[in-house]
Structures are given as structure tokens and as C-alpha cells.
Design a protein around this ligand. Structure first.
Ligand code: SF4
Ligand code: SF4
Length: 399
């Protein structure tokens, strides 16, 4: 990375961080452990779990202060989701600290524990699945939360049927439930979601599914049918990636995110939206919108205007992979790009990119890029841009 590029990158990172850094100031002096019980927000039942989930839940990836988690709880948020790959476990600790000492039956907490050895391009294990190692990872999550159990263990990056129904995966998940380390089980899916939903519903042990779902999703009709199939089988459906990258391109302007969230909730099979909130202002804005889900004409217009723009949201359709002679994991790189420029979450972008092999800098040596992206991304330029993150040391990114 040249000096100018490095300066530019750091400037963007710091700008991204500064918005989040406002949160502790806003929360100063608030929220004692004797917090009153959360207020009752409009919600839907999360499948056979029977849990009534407020329409908005907290995805903690962007949270930088445990006081913000407490503030969200006090504002009525009931479901909190983290993942072991957010800040390499530090986010789980932050969420646990934010909820510490509060009545355990007054909140619901979940985490996604990724398996080792999965090829993200195919969604299949390269050398089998180690149930014991997976259980150890899940137990480590519990200690970071400071809890003896969570409510949901999610198996993330679920796509292919043979992975979702892998005998070792089913055994490990069932064991976690039998040992009361979790109340419920679920999957999280970014790509091949229709296959994942059907496979999870048929497997019978998964209670919930967290899926990427928004107005820019590919094949909306068949995806809605798969959601319906899983919901009819008793699964609770949780939507993520609901703002479709939040920005039209890396330097803005922003999308109408209220309209995007309302669009998701028009589907009554979606019990709740996991929103990556990082400020009180954003929390208040989200809570205000769930009291009236009716979409205005302007909101419909805003969505239809932006639905055809490439934007920042990668549909994770994987159609680009076989077109690239270097077999690059372009969908994962595009997700990293969205985390960096859409959600301004440099740490998540860095972590997402860390697992992608870009050795030899293939895009720099390719004379022509023949990849035709279904979302019309200029994949070569996006890869060249985000791959600079590979040169930033980990301890600089993950505090
Ligand atoms: S980069 Fe384009 S083609 Fe590749 S997965 Fe994303 S949307 Fe599909
Ligand atoms: S420029 Fe990059 S994405 Fe395009 S074909 Fe070459 S290596 Fe693949």
C-alpha cells in the first residue's frame, strides 16, 4: 500500500470509528443494574421457540461499548446476537458485560459459532467436520459471555444441504442442546439460502434461521417460498443484511434504510430484524419505525429507484466464482467491501477478508477481468480497493 493510499484508508477507518465512539458519551452515567424491565415493543412469535420477539433485535457487530447494549435492553430490545468472529470473541464479552446482572429470563441471547475447515466458495467441508472441536468453540463462547447457556447457537455460513445435514454437525448441535448449553439451535445463511432453509427445516433439529433478506435479494419469489417452507415446519425466521449495504456506493448517498427495513417486515414470516445498531440515535429511529410498518409512496419510490443500482450489496449468488480463472472467493471479498464502506465496520471487513487467499495479488496481474457480476459490480476494482486491508496488521484493527 503506498503512503497516499494508506493515509486515505486510515482516514476512512477513523471516520468510521468516530461515529461509534460517540456512543459512550451519549450513554455517560446512565443505566444502572437495577434497570426496569424492558418495555413491550410490537413483535412476532419466533416459530416453535414460542418467544415473542420485538420486530427489531440487536446485531452487536457494530457495538463498541457494553453500555450501549444495556441501553438497548432498557429501550425494549430483547434479542441480542453476537458471533465468535466479531472482534475474535471480544464482541461476545462486550454483549455479556452489557447484560450482566440483569434477570436472565428478561433477554434472549444468541451467537454464531463458525465451523473450521469449510471452503467458503463451495460451502462444503474440505476435510470433514470435527464435532469435539466445534463443541469446544461453543463452550469458549459461553465463557466469554459469562453465561452457563445461551438461547441460540447458530451454525453460520449454512448453504449446502450436505453441510446443514452433516452427521457430525447434527451430532454436535444436538449435544449442545442436550447438555443445556443452549435452549435452541439454528442456522445462519448468507448464500445458497433457499437450499439451507429447506435442508434445515427437513433436518428437524434447527429451531431458527437467520438469513440475509432485503429488497435487493436475488430470486425473491423462490426465496420467499423457501422462507414459507421453513416457517411452516415451525422454524422462526430472523432477517439480517436488511439495509442492503446501507449506501448506494462507497461515498454515498445513503439508501432509505427505514423503507428497506419496512420492506423486510412486510413478510409476516420474518419474526424480527437483526439490526447492526451502534448509536442511540439509530436505536431510537429503528424503534420508531416498527410502530407503523405501512410503507409510504415515497418509500416505495425510493426503493424502486435504488433496486436496480449496483450499490454495495452482494447477492452471494456465487455466479462469479467459476468465471474467475483464479477461483477467487469473490462473494466473501464483496461482503468485506460492504462491511468496510457500507457499515463502516473496518474490523468486520478485515476479519471477513482474512480467510480469503489473495496471495500473488491475482487481480493486479490479470489483463482483463471477464467476470460478469449479476449485481453489475466492477469486481476487479472493488477487489483491488479492499485488498489493501490485507496489508493492515491485525493488532491495529482488532483492539
Ligand atoms: S459478486 Fe456479483 S456475481 Fe458474485 S456473488 Fe456477488 S452478486 Fe453474485
Ligand atoms: S481481475 Fe480478479 S476477479 Fe477478475 S478474473 Fe482476474 S483474478 Fe478474477
Amino acid at each position: 500500500m503506498g503512503n497516499n493510499n494508506r493515509r486515505e484508508f486510515l482516514k476512512k477507518s477513523i471516520l468510521g470509528i468516530s461515529g461509534a465512539a460517540l456512543v459512550p458519551g451519549i450513554l455517560k452515567g446512565s443505566h444502572s443494574r437495577s434497570a426496569s424491565r424492558p418495555i413491550d415493543l410490537p413483535g412476532r412469535i419466533l416459530g416453535r421457540t414460542g418467544i415473542k420477539a420485538p420486530l427489531i433485535s440487536m446485531g452487536a457487530a457494530d457495538a463498541t461499548d457494553s453500555k450501549f447494549v444495556t441501553a438497548a435492553y432498557e429501550a425494549g430490545i430483547k434479542l441480542f446476537f453476537s458471533a465468535t468472529y466479531y472482534g475474535e470473541g471480544k464482541n461476545e464479552k462486550l454483549v455479556g458485560d452489557g447484560l450482566k446482572g440483569l434477570p436472565r429470563d428478561s433477554f434472549v441471547i444468541g451467537t454464531a459459532v463458525p465451523p473450521d475447515g469449510m471452503d467458503m466458495r463451495t460451502g462444503i467441508f474440505t476435510n470433514g467436520f470435527d464435532s469435539d472441536a466445534y463443541i469446544r468453540k461453543a463452550e469458549n463462547s459461553l465463557s466469554r459471555f459469562g453465561l452457563d447457556h445461551v438461547d441460540f447457537f447458530l451454525f453460520p455460513f449454512a448453504g449446502k444441504k450436505e453441510t446443514v445435514q452433516n452427521a457430525g454437525v447434527l451430532k454436535a448441535m444436538a449435544l449442545l442442546k442436550n447438555q443445556e448449553k443452549t435452549k435452541f439451535l439454528g442456522i445462519a445463511s448468507h448464500g445458497d439460502t433457499e437450499e439451507a432453509l429447506k435442508a434445515a427445516a427437513d433436518a428437524g433439529i434447527y429451531d431458527v434461521a437467520m438469513i440475509g433478506y432485503n429488497y435487493k435479494s436475488a430470486n425473491k419469489d423462490s426465496l420467499s417460498s423457501a422462507i414459507d417452507y421453513a416457517a411452516k415446519a415451525g422454524m422462526g425466521i430472523i432477517a439480517m443484511k436488511t439495509t442492503a449495504g446501507a449506501f448506494r456506493n462507497k461515498s454515498g448517498p445513503a439508501l432509505n434504510t427505514d423503507a428497506a427495513l419496512k420492506w423486510v417486515l412486510q413478510n409476516e414470516n420474518i419474526a424480527t430484524i437483526v439490526s447492526g445498531m451502534s448509536s442511540v440515535e439509530q436505536l431510537q429511529k429503528n424503534l420508531a419505525l416498527i410502530s407503523n410498518l405501512k410503507m409510504t409512496e415515497q418509500e416505495m419510490k425510493d426503493l424502486s429507484l435504488t433496486s436496480l443500482e449496483p450499490g454495495l450489496y452482494c447477492r452471494q449468488c456465487k455466479k462469479c466464482i467459476p468465471q474467475c480463472p483464479h477461483n477467487l472467493d469473490i462473494p466473501t471479498i464483496m461482503r468485506s467491501y460492504m462491511y468496510a464502506y457500507g457499515y463502516m465496520n473496518t474490523a468486520q471487513a478485515w476479519h471477513t477478508l482474512a480467510g480469503v487467499d489473495l496471495s500473488g495479488k491475482p487481480c493486479e496481474t490479470c489483463q482483463t477481468c471477464n467476470v460478469k457480476c449479476t449485481a453489475r459490480f466492477d469486481v476487479k476494482n472493488k477487489i483491488l480497493d479492499i485488498s489493501r486491508l490485507k496489508e493492515v496488521p491485525k493488532d491495529f484493527i482488532i483492539a
